[in-house]
Ligand binder design. Structure first.
Ligand code: ATP
Length: 640
């Protein structure tokens, strides 16, 4: 059986080589395509090796027809002629046809042969001469010397007569090719667009570890543990529910309320109103939101709600986005609800830095101190938020460590904005906007002072807090706080001026943000590969060990599925010389990657009783997996 399979591989290889040889030998019997298209070939006397005699060609075509149909040639469906100069435009400067945009956005090629063959798969014991897997045969053709047929006439299509199968080796790496057009195609040197090879894998992004290969652990292959743990905790918090809760079952379209703060307190920040925050799920779109309830608020003027609506349009990475505002009696009283985006497991800046909790602990030592770069990062983020808010004709008004959320490492967002616009709506007698905006700058200074000195009452004890602050931070930071704090005295101070003053720090923060972005992107690229392999493993497990098809010849141990089962053993159930299980994740990943790529590498699969032995290539295994999976789909109905 193994020999049959081996011969089969040899035969198909030979079959794949022969069209190339024949194509070259028979050039003089093949009608030149320039003659077909233009009636004449301008290279006829300049060495074009093809036939320019229509009659001769016609008389001979009958005889060679059957052959040409068998081999792959210019009439093969996937061939697209290259009109092109390398940049994709023809010499006239007009856009070239190339692959049409429609074709370029087409789904990746899926060989029909596999699907149609799968239902009547033949057991390998009967000399199963399965045609070689279709991907390489049908689709991937490039002209061998496309560059030789340089264009001299803008109306003439260069015709390249020699074709050979696309060899993945020397082809340009699609991931490095800057001419990539869309996600699925890239422009090769020859002007052809070829589908990206989805199975290719290369670690992208920076790699800073100095570990030797033997020191690398399996964790190197996956998203870092702490990041995964953080994300998992956030997901768990998002999905958390409160069974038997006394809370209303829903508020408008929001249900499954879970309180996010537990201590009842009336905050001076919201004009003496008590505020509560709940996590809730929207029945409209299934997303999770934070609902801030202002208890006992009675709406006396419709315009008040409208004044808060402007916040719905305010988008800044450092502001918690307002989604909806309404009043509701679901809690048995009249309450105002401000719905915002939900940031799982976030804490307030006051909670995060234990501001005002010094009664529990000794006065801040330099060890507890918030590092200066972190403070600068906060300053840059708050400045960015205020710039957007002020230029939208609004003022934050609520700017306090107890209302700024820490949503990630050194990532903060202003929260509670817009609430005062509604509950302190004053109509015509409102405080001028410019004054509110200057107050924002003063509050900004107090936030930084509070965080830096660890005191909650920096506003009432400015001098004392400043003294502590000076002990830990450099003059540049001290001056920044003083500049902001004096905004009330100097009517000209604006957030725009402030932003120009801290431009150096903004560059530093921007650079750090780009580094974070790069790191996360690089982590993401690893997970993309994992997702691919998980899908492949799922396919393998769908196929293997199906007792319900035990007596079905197509699924029997003698059939094609048999070597897939042995492959499963080869990947996962290897034992060493002492019959101890080999647990080698590297081996599993390598095998699965090769399977996904369908490489020509052959492996030896031996049955557990050591009575059967197969020599089979990954290419054939891949074909077997696809065929079995498609068969399974047909039997099981649509994929869920
Ligand atoms: N959008 C949100 N997403 C996730 N959690 C939030 C959100 N808004 C608030 N929280 C959480 O809800 C809790 C209460 O928030 P709140 O703004 O009421 O702060 P607080 O410390 O209770 O302030 P106060 O003393 O003024 O009531 C905080 O722990 C905060 O992290």
């Amino acid at each position: 059986m193994a020999a049959a399979l081996k011969n089969n591989v040899e035969d198909t290889k030979h079959a794949a080589l022969s069209p190339r040889l024949k194509g070259r030998e028979n050039a003089k019997d093949t009608l030149c395509r320039n003659v077909t298209i233009y009636g004449k070939c301008r290279y006829e006397d300049k060495g074009c090796a093809f036939n320019h005699n229509i009659e001769r060609s016609t008389s001979e075509s009958g005889q060679s027809d059957s052959q040409s149909k068998k081999t792959l040639n210019v009439d093969s469906p996937s061939f697209t002629p290259s009109f092109l100069s390398p940049n994709g435009a023809n010499p006239s400067g007009k856009p070239s046809a190339g692959i049409s945009p429609k074709a370029a956005s087409a789904a990746p090629f899926m060989p029909k042969a596999i699907i149609s063959r799968s239902s009547n798969a033949t057991p390998l014991r009967q000399d199963a001469r399965t045609p070689d897997w279709a991907l390489a045969d049908v689709q991937e053709f490039v002209p061998r010397r496309a560059q030789e047929s340089a264009l001299t006439n803008e109306n003439e299509i260069p015709v390249t007569h020699n074709f050979e199968t696309f060899q993945p080796g020397p082809a340009p790496n699609p991931y490095l090719d800057h001419g990539m057009n869309g996600a699925a195609f890239f422009q090769s040197n020859t002007g052809f667009q070829l589908p990206v090879q989805y199975h290719q894998y290369a670690p992208i992004g920076h790699y800073s570890s100095n570990l030797a290969p033997y020191q690398r652990t399996v964790h190197d292959l996956f998203i870092p543990n702490d990041l995964r743990e953080e994300i998992q905790k956030q997901l768990a918090a998002t999905l958390q529910t409160l069974p038997n809760s006394q809370l209303p079952s829903h508020i408008e379209s929001y249900h499954s309320l879970v309180p996010l703060d537990t201590n009842q307190k009336s905050s001076a920040i919201f004009g003496g109103y008590t505020s509560w925050v709940y996590k809730a799920q929207s029945s409209t779109n299934g997303h999770y939101y934070a609902l801030r309830r202002i208890e006992g608020f009675r709406l006396t003027n419709e315009l008040a709600i409208r004044s808060g609506q402007a916040w719905k349009n305010l988008i800044n990475a450092s502001v918690v986005r307002v989604v909806d505002i309404f009043t509701n009696r679901g809690f048995g009283d009249s309450s105002l609800f401000i719905v915002t985006e939900y940031h799982p497991l976030s804490k307030t800046l006051a909670e995060h830095h234990h501001i005002g909790q010094n009664w529990q602990r000794p006065a801040r030592s330099s060890k507890d101190q918030v590092a200066e770069p972190v403070l600068w990062s906060y300053i840059v983020q708050i400045a960015s938020a205020l710039k957007t808010i002020h230029s939208s004709g609004l003022a934050a008004r609520v700017l306090d460590p107890s209302k700024i959320l820490v949503t990630g490492k050194n990532r903060i967002r202003l929260n509670g904005c817009g609430v005062l616009d509604i509950i302190q709506f004053d109509g015509n007698s409102a405080v001028p906007l410019a004054q509110l905006q200057r107050q924002d700058l003063v509050n900004f200074a107090l936030v930084i002072l509070s965080v830096g000195s660890g005191t909650a009452d920096a506003g009432t004890n400015f001098a004392r807090s400043m003294d502590m602050f000076k002990r830990f931070y450099k003059p540049e930071l001290q001056n920044t706080v003083v500049w902001l704090y004096s905004a009330m005295q100097n009517q000209d101070k604006t957030i725009e001026q402030f932003v120009t003053l801290i431009s150096n720090q903004m560059i530093t923060a921007f650079n750090a943000a780009l580094h974070t972005d790069d790191t996360l992107y690089s982590e993401l690229s690893r997970e993309v590969e994992n997702a691919r392999l998980v899908r492949l493993m799922a396919k393998l497990n769908f196929i293997n060990e199906r007792p319900e098809y035990e007596h079905d010849r197509a699924w029997s141990e003698n059939g094609e599925r048999y070597y897939l089962k042995l492959f499963r053993d080869y990947v996962f159930h290897q034992v060493d010389a002492q019959s101890r299980p080999v647990v080698d994740l590297g081996h599993v990943l390598t095998c699965l990657n090769k399977l996904d790529a369908g490489t020509d590498e052959r492996i030896t699969l031996i049955s557990r009783d050591e009575q059967s032995c197969f020599i089979v290539s990954y290419r054939e295994l891949k074909k077997g997996v696809e065929s079995a999976f498609q068969d399974l789909l047909k039997r099981s109905g649509p994929l869920r």
